[in-house]
Ligand binder design. Sequence first.
Ligand SMILES: *Cc1c(COP(=O)(O)O)cnc(C)c1O
Length: 407
Amino acid sequence: MTSSKLPDHLHRDTLAVRVGVERSQYGENSEALYLTSSFVQPDAETARKRFANEEEGYTYTRVGNPTVSTMEQRLAALEGTEAAMATSSGMAAVLLLGMGLLRSGDHVVCSQSVFGSTLRLFAGEFAKFGVETTFVSQTDVAQWRAAMRPNTKLLFAETPTNPLTDICDIAALAAVAHEAGAVLAVDNCFCTPALQRPTLFGADFVIHSGTKYLDGQGRVMAGAICCSQKYVNDVFWPINRTVGMVLSPFNAWVVTKGMETLALRMKAQCDNALALASWLQEQPQVARVYYPGLTTHPQYDLAMRQQSGLGGAVVSFDVCATAAEQARRRAFHVIDSTQVCSITTNLGDTKTTIAHPATTSHGRLTEDQRQAAGIGQGLIRMAVGLDHIDDLKADLTRGLQQLSTLQ
Ligand SMILES: *Cc1c(COP(=O)(O)O)cnc(C)c1O
């Protein structure tokens, strides 16, 4: 199904609320939700043609669904790619990327600071099928270059990282990939196309967890790969219709409606995050703040260039402490003293979340691995939502001010 014709050269704000809609005979203004597993065929001959791919037309939702198609077209329009392939989750998108691009004997170079499940997918699951991955520094391009081999097919990056917000130089990594005849995929979950469009810097594939800011209200799981139409048609769609990591139409509909307010939410949440990060920097009980929007961030200039001048909505900080055990007690105290923030590791929600990475998202690492990653026991990560900034400050002040009275 192709979408209704829109004028050329519309602004992205308009695309975010218009792209990918084909109205049914009822003329609904809001996008219809086609919650159906199969589609009735007008006659046996048409069914034959559609199943043989000789004629366009929906047959079965694992193969295609109009609501999912709306979500794909809208995300592609925002990312600035020709097409997008929706998946059941962000991790399904990374798996589909690997299934589409890699075969036994291939080699991958990946940042060592990517999302934990992505790390395990490359290091564990892909390794079982004969794909080897070298993990390198997020920020040192020379390490990426040095890791390249004749059989390197894919470079995989994520920027900014969770929870320390390290930035990688997408243009530099794209150059390393392309010089070697490889491709670059960037997980754009933290910035979303509202802030950062990796293909503008040379990335070939953009990965999304729609579960985060695209939905934006913490309701559904979703994922996508944004890329050329050719890759969707020839590589990812044929695999996904077979393996079935497809996005549910209901979840696609929720994400589509979420994307309508994405730019507004991201702007407001980034403003909140910058205000909170600046305030945290001045608190005597805070040792260090990690936020790309602060001029003290080691890659501030790169972040501003790549991220439309905004720092994102994730802020991390270390509480002051002299030893690991004390740091953990203090971090727990600050977290447990909040009354507004949600104690959960999810991010991308309108509700501000607070978490202790060392014992949750990064709890499966060994202490040595955590030390190497710079994730200490005193580290707290916040994914700033739409709560009022004064309420967030008050929520943290409660615990921070009591730290001097703790052991
Ligand atoms: C959450 C997340 C994923 C995985 O997405 P799911 O939808 O949870 O499968 C991948 N990358 C990043 C950066 C994430 O934050």
